[in-house]
Design a protein around this ligand. Structure first.
Ligand code: GLC
Length: 713
């Protein structure tokens, strides 16, 4: 039941004021009274001064001094003194940048991810923010889509655990608490599966697939208490998510019990007309409000249409009030009515932003998210070898990734800095000209220069990848190979007899098969953030034994996409290669280059002796470190429903556990196999547990597993 003071405020509001409380604009609108002062997409929207004096929230800019002034100036003209809500995209760090979320997924370390989110919230709150548009938990299977970098990966269970960890980290248990910000889950729903991997393209899938794979991560974030949900640009069953009653009314609010605020994505209310489901702004506004969309981000449909709709009786004012009440309740949960400035504090900014504790945390999480894909024994390096460094990521701070908020590339530790700090000496460096924003698609070919500079090097660390500004939003690509000059560099160094260690700075699984054979080792470092150079060096020189596991499958080539582990079996699964009429390609194996859950270590782990309890409620396995050094790995439990009323995936991750073992040490790892792990939505969309046979798989990746069959009543 809303508090009385909120009901009183709403009762006192005019329809214009309600429409503006439901509108989110960039702060520039408030400070530039004339639209003429606004540029680009801002210009199309015209708001009157009295409208701007009652807008509900802003997005984008931050900083304690700026947001305090904005709040003060705004309250000075606000009739009802309802504070503004300040939101921004704090996706993987505020000023201290953490590894991209896809790398965080590869850590399989919920506790550390939660810690990083909590540290991020402290920085963002000190900078005056109240809400972050994070976690993004769209399930992703298509690396042609540039936003895979923002997601924890391809698995519903892993995404759900990571989403919940981030929500807990950002929000804590009380939004009023100092250093806490509200989390906004996005993008609801299924934005991560655009056709052909093309940004903003149509999403179309069965209800069953939506239930099996794409909805669970959002649900886990809602269970964790996320305060907000952002709708996605795409259609879900031919209706834009932004005005989709199935998603927002039936699933989000009545099935999941979500009571928070729903916000659109950027101008998505207006875009319902492009989707051709609204003939005019009035119809767009009506459909979105009736679906339960509380805040319109960065377009003026609500502002221009709501009053007219209500006055003409085409929309009940109570439907508008429902949205306004939820917005005011969120402001109240954040304590803004008592303290409109919340934690905005310049002194705290100076203390917290980029502090050594946060940098150390970023370095730790970056290491854990890196995945050793190949190693013929060349790694870890030691100081005795003649080491050279080459490639466009050898000495650049552009390793923060997309959506790096207030992070500054000049504050990032480059790979060269990290390596020279570890070695205590300068390194020969070649072909290190970084990607330039202006020169799209490749770096200069200076392979001859590199061969010359590294002529005396035995081991060449080759830092290659994709430019960070070609990842994230609006960054789809049809070609996933590394650029020609980067590939040429690898081949040339190998041909010159060097040992090649490839270090991959990418926001997505790239098509690395063309260079794999010429690499003695491959370390996937993603975009590791502010401490990236040190984190990579920690692994290269063995200060840290890599433990990361792939949260997203690496395809052999772009033609395989989408390729992912938890697929349905099909009626003709590939069993024998010589069986012609079976589900396969003529020119490529079905298996990926590197599978979900895969990652090497400097030591070796075995996983054996899988046993299940007679009633199938427990599974245990012995994990042993049979190598010569301590290390950590991730033990993974997968389940398969052998036969059910609808097709079930060949494997589904249902539990995982990070485990650290000394050389020679072994440990028993046991998992409870709960009913919930075995349940699914049937054809009638009921969540059911059907009795029958189930296969349990336990292993250190999704392919090399121990298997046991159980019967569950
Ligand atoms: C963008 C993105 C969304 C982001 C929003 C605000 O278009 O889709 O993820 O939170 O706009 O910047």
């Amino acid at each position: 039941m809303p508090k009385q003071f909120i009901l009183d405020l709403v009762a006192d509001m005019t329809l214009e004021e309600k429409a503006m409380q439901m509108t989110q604009l960039a702060p520039e609108f408030f400070y530039h009274k004339e639209p003429a002062n606004l540029t680009g997409p801002f210009r199309q929207w015209r708001f009157e001064e009295d409208q701007l004096a009652c807008m509900g929230s802003t997005l984008g800019p931050s900083g304690a001094s700026y947001l305090r002034r904005l709040q003060e100036d705004y309250l000075a003209v606000s009739r009802q003194k309802i504070p503004l809500l300040f939101m921004s995209d704090v996706i993987h760090g505020y000023r201290t940048v953490y590894p991209i979320p896809l790398a965080q997924g590869c850590s399989f370390d919920d506790a550390l991810v939660e810690e990083a989110a909590a540290a991020t919230a402290k920085e963002a709150a000190a900078a005056g923010l109240h809400v972050t548009f994070s976690p993004m938990v769209d399930l992703v299977r298509d690396p042609r889509w540039g936003r895979v970098m923002e997601s924890p990966g391809e698995d519903p269970y892993l995404n759900g655990r990571m989403a919940a960890a981030m929500v807990r980290g950002y929000q804590g248990t009380d939004l009023k608490e100092k250093g806490r910000i509200a989390a906004c889950i996005k993008h609801f729903a299924a934005y991560g599966q655009p056709e052909a991997g093309r940004e903003y393209n149509t999403v179309d899938m069965s209800r069953g697939v939506l239930r099996d794979f794409y909805l669970p991560p959002y649900q886990e974030a809602v269970k964790a208490g996320a305060a907000m949900v952002m709708t996605s640009f795409n259609l879900v069953e031919r209706v834009p998510a932004t005005c989709n009653k199935l998603l927002l009314r039936r699933i989000l609010r009545s099935e999941w019990g979500f009571k928070g605020v729903v916000i659109s994505d950027f101008a998505a209310v207006d875009e319902t007309m492009n989707h051709s489901v609204a003939a005019d702004p009035e119809e767009a506004a009506r459909k979105c409000v009736q679906a339960g969309l509380d805040i319109e981000m960065m377009s003026g449909v609500y502002a221009s249409a709501l009053k007219k709709l209500v006055e003409e009786g085409r929309l009940a004012e109570s439907e508008v009030d429902e949205c306004v009440i939820r917005i005011l309740e969120l402001k109240d949960r954040l304590g803004l009515f008592e303290n409109p400035y919340k934690d905005a504090d310049e002194k705290d900014e100076k203390t917290l932003l980029l502090c050594k504790e946060h940098r150390a945390l970023s370095r730790k999480l970056a290491r854990e998210g890196m995945v050793l894909l190949k190693n013929n024994g060349i790694l870890p390096l030691d100081g005795s070898q003649k080491i050279g460094l080459a490639g466009p990521f050898a000495d650049t701070g552009c390793i923060l990734g997309g959506w790096h908020c207030e992070g500054k590339v000049e504050e990032a530790v480059t790979l060269r800095q990290g390596m020279e700090e570890s070695l205590g000496r300068k390194l020969p460096v070649g072909m290190s000209a970084p990607f330039l924003y202006t020169e799209r698609h490749d770096v200069p070919d200076d392979v001859c220069g590199a061969l010359d500079a590294l002529s005396d090097s035995q081991v060449c660390v080759v830092a290659i990848g994709e430019p960070q500004w070609e990842t994230g939003e609006a960054s789809s690509r049809t070609n996933l190979r590394l650029t020609p000059h980067q590939e040429k560099l690898v081949h040339a160094l190998k041909a010159a007899g060097k040992q090649v260690v490839a270090v991959l700075f990418t926001g997505r699984p790239m098509e690395i098969a063309p260079i794999l054979e010429d690499c003695d080792a491959v370390l996937q470092v993603w975009f590791p953030g502010t401490e990236g150079g040190r984190a990579v060096s920690d692994i290269l020189f063995g200060q840290y034994n890599p433990s990361g596991k792939l949260a997203m499958t690496f395809p052999r080539n772009v033609g395989q996409i989408p390729v992912y582990y938890n697929h349905y079996q099909t009626g003709r699964p590939l069993v024998r290669e010589d069986d012609y009429f079976t589900s396969r390609y003529l020119d490529c194996p079905n298996s990926p280059l590197f599978a979900f859950g895969y990652g090497l270590s400097y030591t070796e782990f075995t996983c054996s002796g899988l046993a299940a309890s007679p009633d199938g409620t427990q599974a245990s396995v012995t994990v042993k470190n049979v190598g010569a050094r301590a290390g950590e790995t991730v033990v993974q439990l997968y389940v398969r429903d052998v036969s059910a009323s609808v097709a079930r995936p060949v494997k589904e991750l249902k539990a995982y556990r990070r485990i650290a073992l000394e050389a020679g040490e072994k440990a028993a790892v046991s998992f409870e196999v709960t009913d919930d792990m075995l349940g699914f939505y049937n054809e009638e969309e009921e969540w059911v547990h059907e009795p029958g046979w189930f296969d349990l798989f336990v292993g250190l990746d999704s392919e090399r597993v121990e298997q046991v069959r159980i019967y569950r009543k």
